[in-house]
Design a protein around this ligand. Structure first.
Ligand SMILES: Nc1ncnc2c1ncn2[C@@H]1O[C@H](COP(=O)(O)OP(=O)(O)OP(=O)(O)O)[C@@H](O)[C@H]1O
Length: 263
């Protein structure tokens, strides 16, 4: 499998709460994510961003509607090892070194059909060349998240799902990791679905930004970010970049105004 298109039609997901009422986490989601694109999902807390990632990757079923990943069901795509996942906090195995953590999925999954990637080279590219033998406890938060990203790319997934991976990092570390993520993406051209709460991050990284609103969780806007790449400093400081930030802020304000979360 390669060049994964993700298609969603009429997707709905309900959760039963402790008081037996239903929360409509997602409803009527119609979305096509083109192969090899970088798509960000942004929206108020509780609008279903993480749920969407779990449904795409087959970790949970839909209650209605259909999702396909390159024509396969999410479960079939997961069996074909189509997905890489980077969670909010990097779940590294504490007894394995950085190198041990990034090579483990390869050993377990034996994805030799895709060739053995140069994982040490990838670690050097993200600034972990000196740290490959360190244990997770010896790493900063940013270093742990870099390790998790290399681990996810190492399997050469067709689809990389990232759930707010840089949320806990300071602004400069965050920018460095965004840059490194883009470099790895440009080499592999996986289809990326990236959850974030940051408007600037969404504009900087994405080909397309999907805005969601809660109650029920739904897509309210899809904005194409047709800024040139690579998005170096002069692009990020350009009036066009700021115009996209303003548009996104405006659309998000609408999403927040119906969420009950607005201050
Ligand atoms: N396992 C679950 N059981 C019950 N309700 C759930 C479950 N998972 C999610 N929900 C509910 O579904 C809705 C969507 O949750 P989800 O975590 O997908 O939102 P989110 O947009 O990722 O939020 P955040 O930005 O805060 O991470 C919320 O109302 C949440 O309470």
């Amino acid at each position: 499998m390669a060049s994964a298109t993700i298609e969603m039609h009429g997707v709905r997901r309900l959760y039963q709460q402790a008081d037996l009422t239903d929360t409509i986490a997602l409803d009527g989601i119609d979305l096509t994510i083109e192969p090899g694109t970088f798509v960000s999902i942004i929206g108020p807390s509780g609008c279903g961003k993480s749920t969407l990632l779990r449904l795409i990757s087959g970790q949970e079923p839909t209650d209605a509607g259909r999702i396909t990943v390159c024509g396969l069901t999410p479960t079939e795509a997961a069996e074909a090892k189509a997905f890489g996942f980077v969670p909010q906090s990097p779940a590294l195995l504490p007894w394995l070194s950085v190198l041990g953590n990034v090579t483990l999925p390869h050993k377990v999954n034996r994805r030799h059909d895709r060739g053995l990637p140069d994982l040490e080279g990838m670690l050097r590219e993200v600034g972990l060349g000196e740290s490959i033998h360190k244990l997770p406890a010896e790493l900063s938060g940013g270093m742990k998240q870099r390790t998790a990203i290399v681990r996810a790319f190492g399997l050469r997934p067709d689809v990389l799902l990232l759930d707010e991976p840089f949320g806990a990092l300071d602004e400069f570390t965050r920018e460095a990791l965004q840059e490194q993520l883009l470099q790895l993406w440009e080499q592999t051209r996986a289809t990326v679905v990236f959850v974030t709460h940051s408007i600037a991050e969404a504009v900087r990284l994405s080909d397309r930004v999907v805005v969601m609103a809660p109650r029920p969780g739904r897509v309210t806007d899809v904005i194409d970010i047709d800024l040139p790449r690579p998005r170096h400093q002069e692009v990020i400081t350009s009036p066009e970049f700021h115009a996209f930030e303003l548009t996104l802020r405006e659309r998000l304000r609408d999403a927040f105004s119906g969420s009950g979360l607005q201050r």
